[in-house]
Design a protein around this ligand. Sequence first.
Ligand code: DLZ
Length: 206
Amino acid sequence: MVAGEHDSTVKGLADSGERFDGSPLRILIVHARWNESVIKPLVEGSVQVMLASGVKRENIVIETVPGSYELPMACSRLIAASQIQASATANDLMGASSLLDSSAPAPSSSSSASASSGPFSACIAIGVLIKGSTQHFEYISDAVSHGLMRIQLDTGVPVIYGVLNCNTDEQALQRAGVGKEQKGHNHGEDWGKAAVELGVKTARWA
Ligand code: DLZ
């Protein structure tokens, strides 16, 4: 067996034993466009798994950036914008309800933050870095990893690490389930599952 494949008895995502309901979640996917033939199946794998977990298609927002180096900036801005927008909407509604006759019905919670415009429950950052002959790979990989970790800790929104750091094209293709020598396993599916689980659990931990 080729080292690093997914079918060993040790590697891979163990089932949690719990089914996570994605129906209330709003998920952001930001993906790089470098190495698109690998990116595309990874994004599709994430989306399919989230839909199967009940996430509504309209609640999956997809944005692209040129390369992986741009992922942290985009995730940071989009997550912050969704949080600012949600709190502005909540404030508007509180102001409106204080102007209402006390006998009038208060605005319902479903109108205050519909799932399609609320803050993101989780984000998946997807990029594919393939090692070249210079130090470029190491610098980008390190910067992106630290940037994405910082965003999730600073915002409280889980950022799933969907960045492949590969030595060869074939390694990357296999990790998107489209390898030439062996198909491999689509890691995008694991990222979709992780996004739903963390989205549900983060709300539970609030
Ligand atoms: C420049 C570059 C190179 C050489 N390789 C990759 C790569 O393998 N994967 C990737 O996502 N992006 C790559 N980039 C682009 C950088 O991430 C970034 O977009 C540019 O340096 C501009 O900031």
